[in-house]
Design a protein around this ligand. Structure first.
Ligand SMILES: *Cc1c(COP(=O)(O)O)cnc(C)c1O
Length: 367
């Protein structure tokens, strides 16, 4: 039996250190906004390569807080447009609509599955204020075209780095440090996962960091003084302590994912299956290993019958969701093709190469 992902096994990889960190916080008696958050924020900033990290409750909040802060700062206003890939997890879009901003969805490329940079410029209007790229599946989505486009039109570049902790972009910098701000999720299944919910915003902009921090703390940066109508979105001390342990192993854990992925790339040879283009090793941390299969649902059932767990990321694209009825009639054929053909194979730092070999054997035997 090879599960899609065993969180129990992933946690066990660093089990003792994690138990110690949790015990330290429990017995320390300080559970919010303390030294564990401070340390994690400092370490995460250094890791990502940005000046500031602000911990918050989850990845969706991280993205919501970025756009809300830009609105409070007068950089954006409700009704403004944000360019975003049509092929993403719905949370990216929710963060935009939650703030009264308008997502302008752009197709991904069929070979990379990431936003098609050749289609971005045509989507820019006089109301466009930002481009939000998503490093989906752990793959770097930044290209040399995107930075110059932002400068040419005066747009903010926001990164959704929920799936790509540790990923290195084209110029050697890590995703999450490439634009003006980035939202990170520490949902348990992510490459850097907590034992519950968690998230963070990274940025080099001190005013943005300050606004996000106070918006996440009821709108206050001074106790009982409220500048904004904020919310409560904090990272708790236990999660910060756990994340700091896992951060110290993240590059190694990602290396294991890369080994599994290399094995898949080198050995999957079933003509009914195609793989996205293989990025140079460092530009992908393989949060998910997506394949495209013509008879996807049959393949998924066959693998399940053979004891192999898979997941579809994602079966219904955001523009086809009931919550976005107003866009249900729009047509994004590449995105829709991916939704109908994508299947994610097991991959995780706790998976063995023997297990990967078993997955390959079964896939290649599928007719
Ligand atoms: C997981 C995820 C989010 C949301 O993060 P949560 O911590 O679950 O709120 C946002 N965007 C993408 C691309 C994600 O994968």
């Amino acid at each position: 039996m090879i599960p899609f992902l065993s969180l129990k096994d992933v946690t066990s990889l660093h089990g003792e250190e994690i138990q110690e960190a949790v015990a330290r916080v429990v017995s320390g008696g300080w559970y919010l906004q303390g030294s564990e958050n401070e340390k994690f924020e400092e370490d995460y900033s250094r890791f990502i390569g940005s000046k500031y990290t602000v911990g918050c409750a989850n990845g969706l909040d991280a993205l919501i807080l970025i756009f809300r802060a830009y609105i409070e700062m007068g950089v954006m206003a409700p009704g403004d447009e944000v360019i975003v890939p049509a092929n993403t997890f719905v949370a990216t879009i929710l963060a935009i609509t939650e703030n009264g901003l308008v997502p302008v969805m752009v197709e991904p490329r069929m070979d990379t599955l990431e936003i098609d940079d050749s289609l971005i410029e045509a989507a820019i209007s006089s109301r466009t204020k930002a481009i939000c790229i998503v490093h989906l599946y752990g793959r770097n989505a930044y290209t040399e075209k995107i930075g110059p486009l932002c400068r040419k039109y005066g747009l903010k570049l926001v990164e959704d780095n929920a799936q790509a902790h540790g990923c290195i972009a084209l110029d050697g910098r890590r995703t999450g440090s490439l634009g003006d701000a980035a939202g990170h999720s520490f949902y348990p299944g992510k490459n850097l996962g907590a034992l519950g919910d968690g998230g963070a915003v990274t940025t080099n902009d001190p005013s943005l960091a300050e606004a996000v921090r106070s918006l996440a703390n009821y709108g206050s940066s001074k106790k009982y003084v409220f500048k904004y109508c904020g919310r409560n979105s904090r990272l708790d001390e236990i999660q910060a302590a756990v994340l700091d342990v896992k951060l110290s192993h993240l590059d190694d854990d990602n290396l294991r994912r890369k080994e599994i992925a290399a094995f898949y790339y080198d050995n999957i040879s079933n003509p009914a299956i195609s793989l996205p283009v293989r990025l140079a090793g460092e530009n992908n941390v393989y949060h998910i290993f997506p394949i495209l299969a013509s008879r996807r649902d049959e393949l998924q059932k066959y693998l399940k019958d053979n004891g192999i767990g898979t997941v579809i990321h994602y079966p219904i694209p955001p523009h086809k969701q009931e919550c976005y009825k107003q866009w249900n009639g729009l047509s994004y054929p590449v995105t829709e093709y991916i939704a109908d053909h994508e299947l994610s194979l097991p991959i995780s730092p706790s998976m063995t190469l023997e297990e990967a070999a078993e997955v390959v054997k079964r896939i290649n035997a599928f007719e």
